[in-house]
Design a protein around this ligand. Structure first.
Ligand code: NAP
Length: 432
């Protein structure tokens, strides 16, 4: 029997426990799939006395996770702690420097330090793998980096955060407000006590940044990604979208423009229900790839959770067991380019706009005048509700317009006395 591949696992939470369960429950299958046994030799977490779903007592306990990087009985370090700085960063760096392969589920770490870590991995001839970091159990990295490697990628986009998708689905199905659904999602364990990573788009932004780097051979560049989350979405927006055959989805889109620059955005958009992405609901994620030879590829499934995420971690471990080595972002690090970002203000789209106003004479005319002066053409416009002097919503859609002009229009609406709070602006994405 060939020598076992020995793992040191840092982090025994949701993902770490899931990985241990697969190794313990499917030892024979893993050996067959990996061509050799896969063993856990050491584990580390914060609290050695914590009751866990799996018995870790037969493995060596390492009090300081950083020490896994230099253990002789560890071939691969699994970083399953999380966080873009501190312990996770130190551990991954020193493991790679000590010529140990690293598998991580940590998108924040890679979005912020992926380039530097890929350099260290390459210099030391080891693998830095992160299938679980993007869209959990969906083999999105493999699909993009290996499955369609023969293609020039023109676009990659998707639904990259299960919490937001669950909340938007629930808001649509029940007509309830964001705050109510968020509270419920927190009680059910779908959303964190501090939900900002999810609902403000940061988590999905981390993932988009990694997909974009692979798709276009660029350095991951999270600092230049603007993100808009889903806090502003109301039942009115969802109802309007539904009435016109759309669903609201938090979309990450990275696209190569005609002049070779890259357009990258992460924001809620209206997506037609006739598009496969429009019908991805609940906690499901989806990644859509557009390649010049393959045309379009859609991969979908569970984007988080113990089993799906552990499944992706083990896929990376099995590759390492076979000696499969693909550069971290698909090409050697020295070939990764600095992205040439397209200015989002110069992009064009159809738009949805909701403006909450005091119901009084002349408001519609003020709004129309601003749009006319900016040469934005209205496709439809309607007032939702009638309640003189009270707050009502004006909802409109535009023909194709320049983003910068739409932003300017929103600034001008916000300055009107009759406008109650910031307008809600969303792209209507045909995804064609
Ligand atoms: N959960 C998911 O569905 C999912 C999906 C995709 C990616 N990920 C990523 O996977 C990683 C792990 O997520 P998770 O959900 O498994 O997190 P988790 O349940 O919170 O577990 C984190 C683990 O890290 C340990 N830890 C925290 N601080 C530590 C420290 N200073 N020293 C040693 N150990 C420490 C904790 O120890 P104790 O148990 O002793 O407290 C715990 O075992 C994150 O990067 C996350 O973004 C998670």
């Amino acid at each position: 029997m060939p020598q076992a591949l020995r793992l040191g696992i840092a982090g025994l939470g949701t993902v770490g426990v899931g990985v241990a369960k697969i190794i313990q429950n499917h030892a024979d299958l893993m050996t067959a799939r990996a061509g050799r046994p896969i063993e856990i030799s050491c584990v580390s977490a914060r609290d050695p006395s914590k009751k866990r779903d799996v018995d870790f007592s037969s493995y060596e306990w390492v009090a300081d996770a950083r020490d896994l990087a230099s253990k002789d009985n560890v071939d691969v370090v699994l970083e399953l702690i999380g966080g873009s700085e501190g312990l996770a960063l130190e551990l991954v760096k020193s493991a790679l420097e000590n010529k140990k392969h690293v598998v991580t589920a940590n998108k924040a770490l890679l979005a912020h330090h992926g380039y530097e870590l890929a350099q260290i991995a390459e210099k030391n001839g080891v693998t830095l793998a992160y299938e679980a970091a993007v869209a959990g159990g969906i083999p999105a990295i493999k699909a993009l980096r290996e499955g369609v490697a023969a293609n020039r990628i023109d676009a990659v986009y998707g639904i990259l955060n299960g919490t937001c998708n669950y909340m938007l689905t629930n808001m649509r199905e029940t007509g309830r407000d964001f705050d109510v659904i968020l509270k419920e999602a927190q009680e059910m364990g779908y959303a964190e006590a501090d939900p900002s990573f999810d609902v403000d788009g940061i988590d999905a932004g981390h993932k988009l940044c990694l997909l974009s780097a692979i798709a276009f051979g660029t350095k991951p560049d999270f600092a230049n990604l603007q993100m808009t989350g889903i806090r502003k979405i109301t039942p009115t927006d969802i109802k309007f979208a539904q009435d016109f055959g759309y669903r609201i989805k938090l979309l990450g889109i990275a696209e190569r423009t005609k002049d070779g620059s890259i357009m990258q955005l992460l924001e809620p958009c209206l997506v037609p229900v006739t598009n496969p992405v429009g019908v991805i609901e609940d906690v499901y994620n989806a990644v859509y790839i557009d390649g010049d030879s393959v045309d379009t590829v859609l991969v979908t499934g569970r984007g988080a959770g113990e089993g799906p995420t552990a499944s992706a971690v083990m896929a990376d471990v099995i590759d390492i067991a076979w000696g499969i080595h693909i550069p971290t972002f698909g090409v050697p690090v020295e070939q990764l380019k600095d992205p040439d970002w397209m200015n989002l203000n110069d992009t064009h789209s159809h738009y949805y706009l909701r403006i909450n106003v005091l119901d009084q004479a002349g408001v519609m005319a003020e709004i129309s005048t601003i749009l006319r002066d900016l040469q934005i053409s209205i496709e439809s416009m309607s007032q939702h509700g009638r309640d003189p002097g009270a707050e009502v919503s004006i909802v409109l859609t535009t023909h194709e317009a320049r983003h910068g002009d739409m932003v300017k229009a929103c600034e001008m609406f916000a300055a009107l006395e009759s406008v109650v709070n910031e307008p809600c602006l969303m792209r209507v994405e045909t995804l064609e």
